[in-house]
Design a protein. Structure first.
Lengths: 349, 349
């Protein structure tokens, strides 16, 4: 390890104190300092750790790869998530990472860990859901691995390619001051769905169905990611941790600030129907909506709106000041501090 | 799901009753029946579930991908496996799958789950070991994912390519009657190392060091896999489950039988030094040696021996009779029944 790295970390620290993003940062530094120019493959690597997907130069177009795990009792519980929905969601959240790059997914590898007492019927349901998503988004399940474990976990790696030979991609690091911040669809539905299912809340059938769908059947914005890229958008991320937290990722990677007008944030109608005023906090911090958050000049955003099939809402602006920070303002332009602003997987809760 | 599939499985069965290989078989059938000819990518898929790696047609050469998970208290314990060795091994076992195809590994994606109480120092050691293996075998760690979980688990996906544009590969399904069965290196060292570490046994320093290395620092036979392919070998597998169990995989995939003369099996000298007569059982059933087991005509095996840098031993012959079965015979040609013959991850032990 490089001596610089060794001196800037307190190695006796626990992972929970360092936090998920601190840990990723450390590991990324260890890896990049090891992959120097001697390694031919290192030179072919366009984007390593730190964006939605890894990217390297393929023979004719850049190749994308992304991996994500769902662990029982961390990312899902079997009390709330039926097996078939678990299968759909496990693949969908990975496809969402490819969508956030504007890429085209091609193959999926599935590593599945199961307790020995799992019923085969349930495993089959899991695969039915996964196969349904694979067919919907034209991905081939190419292989995988199964093993026993005390709890269910599913790790999926999705491989894909850039749309064009030139290999433009949406990245977190391409936002510029003066650009508009925009988001597809509506936010807060997934977090509202989770809370509804967890607490066993009863809403009208339409609200219930929509909140279930938002949490259990996220729809990766693959078509929209391709369209953003084609219309000239350069910076995007998918909303998995939460609007504020994911926007902060863009700000940090692009070394810019962000100013979001909270009354412009498109809050899910079903989340409002179920949770009233709390829906805004769910939209800002809840996460798992898997909508695309992007930045672009006003004209590019207008061009996107003309052709995209889902709502696109401008919610604020990228600023040169306060790099790495997200400032929320209310209708009067006063700073607004939400209660929940995304979460980190390792942070003690 | 196809009605044929629905009728041939007892869906109320537990995963432990179906067994790991039964489960893989079921999932492979579900997936292949879903990926019909409508899907262009399905047509590009050369090998799906059921071999050491998945293979599909790339732009200039076939692409390989393989995924494998190591779970705490299932595949390793932290009492026995130091963090740095865990990192090495997690990558090495994946590279071994690419070696068993005769392929060239290129990129690795790492999905790491950790308890919040893990010390950062230990995570850094894990990555040091992984990076060491990546540098040794010229693989770029392209990305990954971290999350918290009650136990440590590491899922790695390795991407690679076939050596040649023509895209020959070593597969499990290419063995023919009359071919010799051969194996690289020596067997039983990894299982002996595990037992030594588990029971805290004391041997002479050389034996101890070699058994530790065999279990904790497996060496993927990448150079050897390439050479086998170049010399005309067609069928191979890496020994992860155990000699008998992995040879059975070749027999089933190739619809042939196998006859192994147990006195010809190259047993690790260190395993013999530590465990005497029990070493043979460890070599036959212990697994995790990550040597290559292959079949080829006698002349091809001779050509391999001339140029390969490790020992290669012929241990038996592929037969047309008793397809799918492995018959062990002793010096007198009498059938031999070992106590341990590989294990299945889901089988109750």
């Amino acid at each position: 390890m490089c001596p610089k790295l060794a001196s800037c970390y307190n190695w006796a620290m626990k992972v929970s104190e360092l936090g998920e993003f601190g840990l990723i940062d450390l590991l990324a530094k260890m890896i990049s300092s090891s992959q120097d120019k001697k390694l031919a493959l290192g030179q072919k690597l366009i984007l390593g750790i730190g964006d939605d997907a890894a990217v390297w130069r393929g023979d004719t177009s850049p190749q994308l790869a992304s991996t994500d795990s769902l662990f029982q009792d961390i990312h899902f519980t079997l009390e709330i998530t039926p097996w078939e929905e678990l299968g759909w969601k496990a693949l969908a959240v990975n496809l969402s990472d490819i969508a956030a790059m504007g890429g085209v997914p091609e193959y999926a590898l599935v590593s599945l860990a199961l307790p020995e007492s799992t019923e085969v019927d349930n495993v089959a349901a899991l695969y039915r859901g996964m196969i349904e998503a694979a067919q919907q988004f034209e991905v081939a399940i190419a292989g995988g691995d199964t093993c026993r474990a005390p709890l269910v976990s599913i790790t999926i790696t999705v491989l894909g390619r850039a749309q064009s030979q030139g290999g433009n991609m949406l990245t977190r690091a391409a936002a510029s001051p003066g650009e508009k911040i925009a988001v597809t669809g509506a936010l807060g539905g997934a977090a509202a769905g989770l809370e509804m299912l967890k607490k066993g809340l009863q809403f009208d059938p339409e609200t219930t169905a929509e909140l279930r769908r938002a949490f259990l059947r996220p729809w990766p914005r693959l078509a929209e990611g391709k369209l953003l890229l084609a219309r000239g958008v350069k910076a995007a991320i998918d909303i998995s941790d939460g609007l504020v937290s994911d926007l902060k990722h863009i700000c940090e990677a692009s070394r810019v600030g962000a100013r979001v007008e909270i009354e412009r944030v498109p809050v899910s109608a079903a989340a409002k129907a179920g949770f009233g005023e709390r829906a805004l906090a769910l939209a800002l911090g809840g996460g798992e909506d898997y909508e695309l958050l992007f930045t672009a000049g006003a004209e590019v955003v207008e061009k996107v709106k003309e052709t995209i099939s889902c709502p696109v809402t401008v919610i604020g602006e990228i600023t040169a000041e306060r790099a790495g920070e997200v400032v929320l303002v209310d209708t009067k332009g006063e700073p607004f501090y939400p209660n929940a602003a995304g979460w980190e997987h390792f942070a003690a809760r």
